[in-house]
Design a protein around this ligand. Structure first.
Ligand SMILES: *Cc1c(COP(=O)(O)O)cnc(C)c1O
Length: 421
């Protein structure tokens, strides 16, 4: 152990025990990381990436080789025909909204089959808010198949996907729910059922937090289109902003018409100087996701050793990088987030406090000390101050930094008399 942080001997030995306990999971994560790293490098090689691809364009950005080649590499890696990888997607929600508006037309019907989608998508669909130009405002109808015990309800999905459904929408990650994330095999099964019931249906996946967690991606197993954020998994901690859409060529083209304009599509969009970090982000992504996963498994093992409910359990299968820890009360949630913050490379001196965050119905306490604002492939933790008092944590650019933060979180709880070991 190192002399740099004051961590109680009891926490250090609990950490050593958690490391031992998680050995098998770490080995499995390493295997997936190696597979995906080779997948990414082989795509770089196939497309002959060179320094000239990093040259920034300005203005219209016609013929930006770096941009166009990155789209092709991305498509290869994600099992898709084409991709649209752009720094000027402002966030994951914007990327998903572009895909939805790009593909759906008035009179179409969107069917969410993994329960109500992630919060920020509600106003895109028109479940909440009005007059903002939601899908609903444009005459696109919406319905959903709820989860059954947190899992996809395959029978209900089979019933619901009839000829009237244009799009089947799947959310891979658990987001901020306590349900398990979807595994690639679950996505495959939903795609199979949906196509059997309606061969022309478009299967779309919100891939946020899921990229590189498994060997395959949604488009490898029957999804027609998938999208995600570059300040989560797929940007590898390198991309400072952006998003991607990948899938069937004709659908990606429609999304490009939505992002820029009908007619111009992928032909325009200068990259300024962003290409290098997007390439580097994709190169790093399998590794970074592996580090984040190890951090999640370690934290799950450590806090379950302290007697807390952790979901997923350290040894449960994972479809995303999200870890939640049931800490039981407000004091522990706050101490936890403060401990995490104290080990962050950026803003370590900040003391997180619960606050009334817009859009939430309870106070929220958050820890985030990241190189990229709001990045959640970098370690962050947040907890709504309400029943059942769970903290959600995700990310970690390096395993050792995530491990340190988890130990410091335990240390803070111990110092405040909130942890019994
Ligand atoms: C993060 C996330 C989004 C939205 O992404 P933002 O970048 O926060 O806009 C959508 N769906 C899921 C499952 C997410 O995790």
């Amino acid at each position: 152990m190192t002399p740099f942080f004051d961590i109680d001997e009891k926490i250090r030995s609990a950490a050593a025990a958690a490391m031992k306990k998680a050995e098998k999971q770490f080995a499995a994560i390493e295997e997936v990381t190696e597979y995906n790293q080779q997948k990414v490098i082989s795509a770089f090689i196939r497309h002959g990436v060179s320094e000239s691809h990093f040259t920034g364009t300005t203005g219209y950005g016609y013929g930006d080789r770096g941009r166009d080649t990155l789209d092709k590499i991305w498509a290869d890696v994600f099992g898709a025909e084409d991709a649209l990888v752009r720094h000027n997607f402002t966030c994951g929600t914007h990327t998903l909204a572009t895909a939805l508006f790009g593909v759906l037309r008035p009179g179409d019907k969107m069917l969410a089959v993994t329960g109500t989608p992630y919060d920020t998508i509600h106003s895109v669909i028109g479940i909440s808010g009005s007059g903002m130009g939601s899908l609903k405002d444009f005459g696109i109808s919406y319905s959903e198949v709820p989860l059954a015990n947190g899992r996809p309800d395959y029978e209900a999905i089979e019933k619901a996907v009839d000829g009237s459904v244009t799009m089947v929408y799947i959310q891979r990650s658990r987001g901020y729910e306590l349900r398990p994330s979807l595994l690639i095999e679950d996505i495959k099964r939903i795609a199979e059922i949906s196509k059997r019931k309606n061969p022309s249906v478009i299967v779309m996946v919100d891939n946020c937090y899921g990229e590189f967690v498994e060997r395959l991606e949604p488009c490898d197993v029957g999804a027609d289109i998938a999208a995600g954020s570059l300040i989560k998994n797929a940007g590898g901690g390198m991309a400072r902003t952006g998003g991607y859409i990948c899938g069937r060529k004709e659908l990606v083209e429609k999304c490009a018409y939505r992002l820029t304009t009908p007619g111009l599509g992928k032909e325009v969009g200068c990259t300024l100087g962003m290409n290098r970090e997007l390439y580097m982000g994709l190169f790093y992504a399998p590794h970074t996701v592996g580090e984040a996963l190890k951090g999640a498994v370690f934290s799950s093992a450590l806090f379950s050793n302290f007697g807390f409910d952790t979901t997923p359990a350290y040894d449960a299968p994972r479809g995303d990088i999200v870890q939640s820890l049931g800490l039981g009360n407000e004091e522990r949630l706050v101490a936890f987030c403060q401990g995490v913050q104290s080990g962050s490379p950026i803003d370590s001196f900040v003391l997180p406090e619960p606050w009334d965050m817009p859009g939430y119905d309870s106070k929220v306490v958050m820890a985030a000390g990241a190189f990229t604002m709001g990045s959640s492939i970098e370690l962050s933790a947040d907890a709504p101050i309400r029943e059942p008092y769970y903290a959600w944590m995700q990310g970690g650019l390096t395993f050792h930094s995530a491990k340190l933060c988890a130990m410091l979180a335990a240390q803070k709880m111990l110092e405040e008399g909130l942890l019994e070991i």
